[in-house]
Design a protein around this ligand. Sequence first.
Ligand code: 3PG
Length: 306
Amino acid sequence: MKVLIATDKPFAKVAVEGIKKEVTEAGFECVLLEKYGEKKNLLDAVAGVNAIIIRSDVIDAEILDAAKVLKIVVRAGAGFDNVDLDTATAKGVCVMNTPGQNSNAVAELALGLMVYGVRNLYNGTSGTELKGKKLGIHAYGNVGRNVARIAKGFGMEIFAFDAYCPSEVIEKDGVKALSSVEELYSTCDVISLHIPATPETKNSINAALVGKMPKGAVLVNTARKEVIDEVSLISLMEERSDLRYMTDIMPAAHATFAAKFPERYFSTPKKMGAQTAEANINAGIAAAEQIVDFLVNGNQRFRVNK
Ligand code: 3PG
């Protein structure tokens, strides 16, 4: 059996070593493809492999067609919007993620973006503090919970809205569960996005919603760029000079945001949320373990396609 690690944005070296150890100790071969750039390189690499570990790497129908003996794809991370699940299912390929394994890293970065935002991008001027501010966590999954835990240390008042998570679960963490997304945005000084990119959430964060936020608001995105209606957010930021947007996922309209709002907008050059040695080790080794357990024992616990 051959396991391919296909990561255009590579894991930390120590994580790659851990994955290789896990795979080879199970008696399988491990192949590494990093920073492959062109899709053609990925297409060539998938022929003849039985399992693939990916990050945000796109596994579409063309890749799945080229991977004739593929049995499983594991997205080492949370979001699996980069994998064509229907085609995988049609071809009998199991798709999994590794939920929770990189969530602390993403949450720490979200808090970092909040501080950077309220301190005016460290430009030397007087900013504000997070202490006493109202934080709205939009979707209370693994990352959202970690954001709540860390934000408590900053002395923030914490609110959350999650259409699928029962309010008792949220309130057990000392977080106030709100019953609508509109209420979350109209209540909170800082919103941290943790929704996945789905047909329902795409372009859902728009001027009508963000416009409800109070004066001096900060919107922080460590989720996905697709959830933002960029055109509408740009118009709102033109109207409201108090509003800041801090993102870990460079918008399609990055050049426009950067030119129009140099002091109120920041984007990392590449998604950095999960880019820590710890997150890479946790997610990478979990992916390797899940592959071995699937190939040896048929365990499908973290399967995300039907
Ligand atoms: C995830 O969905 O796990 C995060 O967005 C991290 O993605 P990455 O592995 O591409 O950095």
